[in-house]
Design a protein around this ligand. Structure first.
Ligand code: IPM
Ligand code: MG
Length: 371
């Protein structure tokens, strides 16, 4: 199989974890006779520094010509003071999601059993492992509501003064299409779907809940559907995560709950994601950010980036076997006791604590043994 991959490493730790992600894809390509052609492009702060824009035309052209986008991370304090439209997040990442219609964000929170002691929960709460699929709506809601209002009258009696506003807007078709993605995922799993909203307060959430109920009842009657308010869902994820199979939720709630879920699995450095359009085009990125505080130090955990590559093989290229091998290789590495600093604990022997590239090499070694 020949595929063209747009490689957007980005800022901070992006380039160093991307190097490891590519190392693994190369090994898979070699062993299975695939050709992955990488087209590198600048994105985020590094693109702004070179071209004056975080998402230059050249980068969009490369993405347009690719079969999938492999993304690292963007952002950092250096670019925080820029006008909003030129920041890495609002000038590049959000536009990429919206240009390519990447409305369905799959964030699997899986616990690799050897990491149970790195997880924030007591082992008995995680017995038998953890495998939650968070399906986050990614191109709507408060992230994309019109963010500047021309005039708005502040509530009478409220403290008057300068203000800012963001609109949380959801339409029925937007809710239905993400619900469909979540249902399809649930059908391949335990057929258990939890929809998370704030329907006791927000109109957009009331519509969300009604729409999800109608859609699931009509199209997927065999799915067990439950609803949770987001505050309760946060508490439940933090205390009793094993009750969840698939979670479907809006953009902002999904952002927050997925960080929380990652902490439960041991480290935010473990969670990959796939952002998919209606046609199946995808962007694959770890859910953690660019971690500028540790950039360039060789401390970053490359596993979420590598796992995002595995998701790309599976969801964009249909290479299930290859994708499974990467996951198995990571399991073997962790079983061998190897850790990056974020995963290490007091008992981890010093010679098992690896740098970013050493971790990539270990995974590579295991991939080569498995193929
Ligand atoms: C994520 C990130 C982004 C988001 C930021 C970087 C804009 O936190 O992918 O979870 O909020 O979606
Ligand atoms: Mg986030």
């Amino acid at each position: 199989m020949k595929k063209c991959i747009a490689v957007l490493a980005g800022d901070g730790i992006g380039p160093e974890i991307m190097r490891e992600g590519r190392k693994i894809l190369d090994a898979i390509a070699k062993s299975f006779d695939h050709v992955f052609e990488y087209r590198e492009a600048l994105v985020g702060g590094s693109a702004y520094d070179q071209h004056g824009h975080p998402l230059p035309d050249e980068t969009k052209e490369i993405c347009n010509s690719a079969d999938a986008i492999y993304f690292g991370a963007v952002g950092g304090p250096k670019w925080e003071g820029l006008p909003a439209d030129l920041t890495p997040e609002r000038g590049a990442l959000l536009p990429l999601r919206s240009i390519y219609g990447l409305f369905a964000n799959l964030r699997p929170a899986v616990i690799f059993s050897p990491l149970a002691n790195a997880a924030s929960l007591k082992a008995d709460r995680l017995e038998g492992g953890l495998d939650i699929m968070i399906v986050r709506e990614l191109t709507g809601g408060i992230y994309f509501g019109k963010s500047r209002v021309q005039s708005l009258t502040l509530k009478e009696g409220a403290l008057q003064g300068a203000y800012a506003a963001d609109y949380m807007i959801y339409s029925v078709p937007e809710i239905e299409r993400i619900t469909k993605v979540a249902c399809e995922a649930a059908m391949k799993r335990k057929k258990n779907l939890t929809s998370v909203d704030k329907a006791n307060v927000l109109e957009s959430s009331k519509l969300w809940r009604e729409t999800v109920i109608g859609y699931v009842n009509k199209n997927y009657p065999e799915i067990t559907l439950t609803h949770m308010y987001v505050d309760n869902a946060a508490m439940q994820v933090a205390t009793n995560p094993k009750q969840f199979d698939v979670i479907v939720t809006g953009n902002m709630f999904g952002d927050i709950l997925s960080d929380l879920a990652s902490a439960i699995t041991g480290s935010i450095g473990m969670l990959p994601s796939a952002s998919l359009s209606e046609t199946g085009f995808g962007l694959y990125e770890p859910i953690h950010g660019s971690a500028p505080d540790i950039a360039g130090e060789g401390k970053a955990n490359p596993l979420a980036q590598i796992l995002s590559g595995a998701m790309m093989l599976k969801y964009s290229f249909g290479l299930n076997k290859e994708s499974d091998i990467i996951e198995q290789a990571i399991m073997k590495v962790l079983e061998g006791g190897y850790r990056t600093v974020d995963l290490a604990c007091d008992e981890t022997p010093g010679d098992r604590v690896l740098s970013t590239s050493e971790m990539g090499d270990k995974v590579l070694e295991c991939v080569q043994k498995l193929v």
